[in-house]
Ligand binder design. Structure first.
Ligand code: ZN
Length: 360
């Protein structure tokens, strides 16, 4: 039974609004569990990654569909006498995007809203106005006047913090705005792939993985691979769109379709697999974008080095302004990436996967 676009969009909405700083992916994991319970066999690694294994017509090849569950966030580092909260980043942030932004502190007793404090221009000398503030000089204001009030609100050192966001369609309803498209698009598409194949044959075993702790060094993918034992890896990512000022030859334009990443400094996609994905896209009439990235990295870093090596490819949905409170994607890109992944899975039988690593 194929899912309506509204079902798919509702799932993506709840995924992006869920809190999931690295090491605290609980809300995202719960959504994966809720959607995939009964579809395949669920298991977990000891860092909190969730796996859903569904066998098709054959036990092998084992096809790992990986998306990381975590998003860039922060952690409460200390609390001042005046009731201000200092924090450390979990993942890559540019300080420019943070002042006066709303955040949610995830405490044992629930979410506590706060604002990253900023100094009004009235109090800024000319020189200070031009400075970029470091994260260590910023603080979160939750409306408390003392350390005691902060702890009375349930906030403790070590609590995680995520951006506060809304999920909206822009005037052009194809363009969606929310936090954490990096990488809830990957989680959403991983779930959609398993739902699709729950009522359809496939010549392999699919292991859908929601990996923990990608944003701080692709850690959950290392441990998830031990459980998944993949023969081939497909990494689904919200990849940074570069259709912004300063790029002459963009490789991730909103609305131009899924991106196939050949290279970033952490991994080289298996060439035959990347070519296969491109050929499948062409046959299916899906426009794609090819990328060779000068920076960045994905879970492919960990997956392709598992054991004797795993042929891996990174497929991305371009997302503008990631690692901030608001990012933008094209809904058509999301749908087309889903189509491409389905076509790919349907074609990955043992002969196809063996040929990826036949170097004899
Ligand atoms: Zn990511």
């Amino acid at each position: 039974m194929s899912r309506s676009e509204q079902d798919m969009k509702d799932l993506l909405r709840s995924l992006t609004l869920a809190a999931g700083a690295p090491g605290a992916e609980d809300e995202v994991r719960a959504l994966v569990r809720e959607n995939l319970g009964g579809i395949g066999e669920l298991s977990y690694d000891s860092l909190g990654s969730i796996l859903c294994e569904k066998s098709g017509e054959a036990d092998s090849p084992r096809v790992m569909i990986d998306g990381h569950m975590d998003e860039v966030g922060f952690m409460v580092q200390s609390i001042t006498k005046e009731g201000r909260i200092n924090f450390v980043p979990l993942g890559g942030w540019w300080a420019h995007v943070l002042l006066s932004q709303r955040v949610d502190i995830v405490t044992a007793g629930g979410k506590v809203p706060g604002v990253i404090g900023s100094t009004p221009p009235h109090f800024l000398s000319g020189k200070k106005r031009e400075q970029l503030l470091g994260l260590e000089d910023m603080y979160i204001d939750i409306g408390a006047a003392s350390e005691e009030e902060v702890s009375g609100m349930g906030v403790r050192i070590g609590d995680t913090i995520v951006p506060h966001a809304e999920f909206t369609e822009l005037k052009d309803p194809d363009i969606l705005s929310s936090k954490a498209f990096d990488n809830r698009v990957g989680i959403g598409l991983m779930i959609e792939a398993l739902l699709e194949f729950s009522s359809r044959d496939h010549p392999n075993t699919i292991i859908g993985v929601g990996a923990a702790q990608e944003e701080i060094g692709c850690r959950g993918a290392v441990t998830a691979c031990e459980k998944a034992a993949p023969d081939v890896g497909i990494v689904l990512e919200g990849t940074p769109a570069d259709d912004i000022p300063g790029f002459n030859e963009p490789q991730a334009i909103l609305g131009k379709g899924p991106q196939i990443r050949f290279y970033d400094p952490t991994a080289i996609s298996n060439r035959r697999l990347a070519e296969l994905v491109a050929a499948i896209a062409e046959k299916a009439g899906i426009e794609i974008q090819l990328a060779v990235r000068r920076s960045g990295g994905t879970d492919a870093k960990s997956i392709h080095l598992h054991r004797a090596g795993v042929p891996t490819v990174v497929i991305g949905v371009p997302a503008r302004y990631i690692h901030s409170h608001v990012s933008l994607i094209s809904w058509q890109d999301y749908l087309n990436t889903g189509r491409l992944v389905r076509e790919l899975i349907a074609g990955l039988d043992s002969a196809a996967v063996e040929s990826l690593t036949d170097f004899s």
